[in-house]
Write a protein that binds this ligand. Structure first.
Ligand code: ADP
Ligand code: NAG
Ligand code: NAG
Ligand code: NAG
Ligand code: NAG
Length: 687
């Protein structure tokens, strides 16, 4: 304990309260006078001159509370006086240092969101247009990544977001104009004690106060971020040290502040103290003066248990309080949204509590994967012990929800051995949970591109998968009471069951984004590389646009290559053009996956390749129906005459005419499986 804090303790014990008040008041006065220059320090925020907006408040105890546990909140706390961040000729960014003490409380550390950012932004930057959730109240879908933002930030991020390529759900990142960090690290510090410098991790949302130092060196053009538990001195090795010149990022005069937001998780974000200085180290925060963080969650109960026995009467009151806290927590934890019109869909609705328990509270160890629509968790239903996969889809819009749920229910009635059975759903605020049968062998793309740990599927398995998916798609198109268009057929939407049979997943989901969208704006739902050329013109999904995507899928499975590949010069090439080219040269089977080492049925493989080309014909009129495809695959009908030359050259020309060139050709092949989707979901839209 530092001498000043022990002095304060003694003071509390020995002297009259009034004397202590005088000492504290003097401390505050010294702090406040610092703010006049290019530096300030707040050891607690009682009476601090900080501009607040959104959910931010200063509590009576002097805590800066950015969010209070309400979902989808955002908050800002900004130092009121703009500071000069650049000087000299040519103008370069000055050195500056900030330090702060924060605490994040979250009842369930596996489901926290979203974090706190210490930022520097020009006075003209419009924070009111920023979004909560993963945007942390700092940017929106348009401003994220815009060099015109002149934004610098250090994020404490408690949720892993794929969109920003977050490394994990507990990290610190350096952000320049974008929440996709230029550098990031799992939260923690390098421990100086014992001389080892060993890395020790910290849990941002532990409910414990922790300290962060942000230092920019204007001469060396380096950003250091260091963190440590509250009572530890600043570690000598920073957590992040990254070379970056902020001269072109920062404006001459800018504001410094905090931004924070919640999304669909119940989290509270607090700042206890904050200091800042230009051209020098940030003034020391007096830890002894910091307000206390509130407590809740398991730690709260543990502490209560220690206190209860000695103080019997107080104990009784506290335990009643604890029970109330637990009940409230339970309600918050399991709260869901149910509306009158949903009653009719009763049987298909799961309780959130069951899904929560089934997935052990959506623990990361149960995470199966993260797709464009959201995270997918493995679970075991408490009663039946049935294995399930729960997909968490965040939805911001109420619009179209009724139609969509109706559709989910009708989709639940679809049953086919080549479809992933949808078992039901659950709705919470801002979130929809879809419950599927669990597929033990995961998605096909992992087997095709998974690297060395997955055995390569042999040809018989591949051909069986192709036939199975054709059957599943035929069922959707023609064998159900109405035509269902899948809209997003691709290897990652094909799951493999126990028998390594292919099952089509995600059907109907794409429609959610159609219902929610403005009917006057056209947008394409699907995945780059699988989009039929006419979609660029009409945006209207039809069974034949599904057939196109199926064709690409067949080529993908047979060739073991992604729809947009890279040739030897590093140029991008459509897989179908490459196959068509080989066919034209009479070397069609050269395109079959080399990892099969020639052990495949030549007749079946070349049939598959030709069917793939026929289905992905640029002219929709030339594509077969799924019924015909099945006949070709089974050898019940001969393939029609095809002209390889025409196909190859036509596809590119057609696509370019349809306005597809700008993105097909500009996407790196690694992004080829990225799904394009409407703004509603945070996926990319192609308009
Ligand atoms: N029913 C399921 N059974 C097992 N794993 C699944 C299931 N559904 C999805 N997954 C896993 O979760 C990942 C993400 O799923 P998904 O949201 O469908 O991704 P995408 O939107 O990219 O197709 C899949 O790649 C797969 O590994
Ligand atoms: C949290 O803050 C919001 C305003 O941002 C307010 O409406 C709500 O009542 C607060 N909730 C609690 C529990 O204090
Ligand atoms: C807060 O700071 C601003 C800017 O420095 C100043 O104009 C204002 O008077 C201050 N308010 C108080 C109450 O000190
Ligand atoms: C994002 O904010 C900017 C202003 O800062 C605004 O012009 C733009 O429309 C916003 N984008 C969205 C998607 O709301
Ligand atoms: C932190 O480290 C401990 C042990 O070193 C480990 O058990 C724990 O899972 C780690 N936590 C995180 C968030 O990585």
């Amino acid at each position: 304990m530092s001498s000043s804090s022990s002095m304060l303790q003694n003071c509390k014990r020995l002297l009259s309260i009034s004397l202590c008040v005088i000492i504290i008041a003097v401390g505050v006065k010294v702090d406040a006078s610092g703010a006049a220059a290019d530096q300030f320090v707040y050891s607690g925020f009682a009476g601090a001159n900080v501009t607040l907006d959104g959910a931010a408040v200063v509590t009576p105890s002097g805590l800066l509370e950015l969010t209070n546990g309400t979902l989808r909140q955002k908050a800002h706390a900004i130092h009121p006086a703009p500071l000069r961040f650049r000087n000299g000729t040519p103008e370069t960014a000055r050195s500056f240092s900030a330090s702060f003490v924060f605490g994040i409380l979250c009842p369930d550390t596996d489901a926290c969101g979203h974090g706190i950012v210490l930022f520097v932004a020009p006075g003209s930057y419009d924070l009111s247009a920023a979004f909560p959730s993963q945007y942390i109240g700092l940017v929106n879908g348009t401003t994220n990544g815009d060099a015109g933002d002149h934004l610098f930030g250090v994020e404490l991020d408690t949720d892993q977001n794929n969109e920003f390529r977050d490394i994990d759900g507990n990290h610190v990142g350096v952000d320049v104009n974008s929440l996709e960090s230029v550098s990031s690290a799992t939260a923690g510090y390098y421990d100086d004690r014992g001389g080892g410098g060993a890395f020790r991790n910290l849990t941002l949302a532990s409910g414990e106060a922790m300290r962060v130092w942000v230092d920019y060196d204007g001469e060396e053009k380096r950003i250091d971020v260091t963190m440590a538990p509250l009572r530890m001195a600043k570690p000598s090795k920073p957590l992040i040290s990254t070379a970056y010149d902020l001269s072109s990022v920062l404006t001459d005069v800018a504001r410094v502040g905090f931004s924070s937001a919640t999304g669909s998780f119940n989290s509270r974000h607090y700042v206890l103290g904050w200091s800042f200085a230009m051209d020098g180290p940030a003034p020391a925060i007096d830890i002894s003066k910091l307000p206390k963080l509130p407590r809740f969650g398991p730690k709260h109960r543990a502490r209560l248990a220690e206190i209860v026995p000695p103080v019997a009467t107080a104990g009784l009151i506290l335990s009643v309080g604890a029970i109330v806290v637990l009940l409230v927590r339970r309600r918050l934890r399991y709260s869901e949204v149910q509306e009158d019109w949903e009653v009719e869909f009763g049987p298909h609705r799961f309780s959130y509590k069951d899904l929560f328990n089934a997935t052990e509270g959506f623990k990361n160890k149960n995470l199966l994967g993260v797709g464009g629509f959201g995270r997918v968790y493995k679970g075991v239903l408490p009663g039946s012990k049935m294995e399930i996969a729960v997909k968490k889809v965040s939805h911001d819009s109420k619009q179209g929800m009724k139609e969509f749920i109706a559709e989910v229910v009708s989709i639940g009635r679809l049953q086919h051995r080549n479809l992933v059975q949808l078992l039901g759903y659950c709705r919470r605020k801002g979130e929809l949970l879809l419950v599927y049968e669990y597929m033990s062998n995961g998605s096909l793309d992992k087997h095709l591109y998974g690297g060395s740990d997955k055995p390569i599927l042999d040809w018989d398995q591949r051909f069986k998968i192709i036939k199975g998916i054709a059957a599943g798609l035929l069922y959707l198109h023609e064998e159900w009471e109405k035509v269902i268009i899948h809209r997003d057929i691709k290897a990652s939407n094909v799951l493999l069951d126990n028998d390594v049979d292919g099952r089509l997943g995600d059907f109907g989901l794409a429609r959610l984004y159609d219902h929610g969208a403005n009917p006057h704006t056209t947008h394409v739902v699907g995945t780059i590389g699988y989009l039929a050329p006419e979609l660029g013109r009409t945006s209207k999904a039809t069974p034949l646009t599904d057939v196109f995507a199926f064709g690409i899928f067949v080529l993908e499975v047979t060739c073991g290559q992604r729809p947009i590949k890279q040739n030897s010069n590093g140029d991008q090439l459509l897989l179908m053009d490459w196959v068509a080219d080989h066919w034209h040269k009479g070397s069609l089977t050269d395109t079959v996956d080399a990892r099969l080492h020639g052990s495949y049925n030549v007749g079946e493989a070349s049939l598959a390749l030709k069917i793939g080309l026929l289905c992905s014909h640029p002219l929709s009129g030339a594509r077969p129906s799924m019924r015909q495809v099945i006949k070709y695959l089974n050898g019940d009908m001969p393939l029609p005459e095809l002209n390889p030359t025409l196909q190859s050259f036509e596809s590119l020309a057609l696509m370019q005419n349809e306005g597809f060139d700008s993105y097909i050709m500009s996407y790196p092949s690694s992004m080829a499986t990225m799904t394009t989707m409407s703004n509603l979901s945070g996926k990319v839209t192609t308009t």
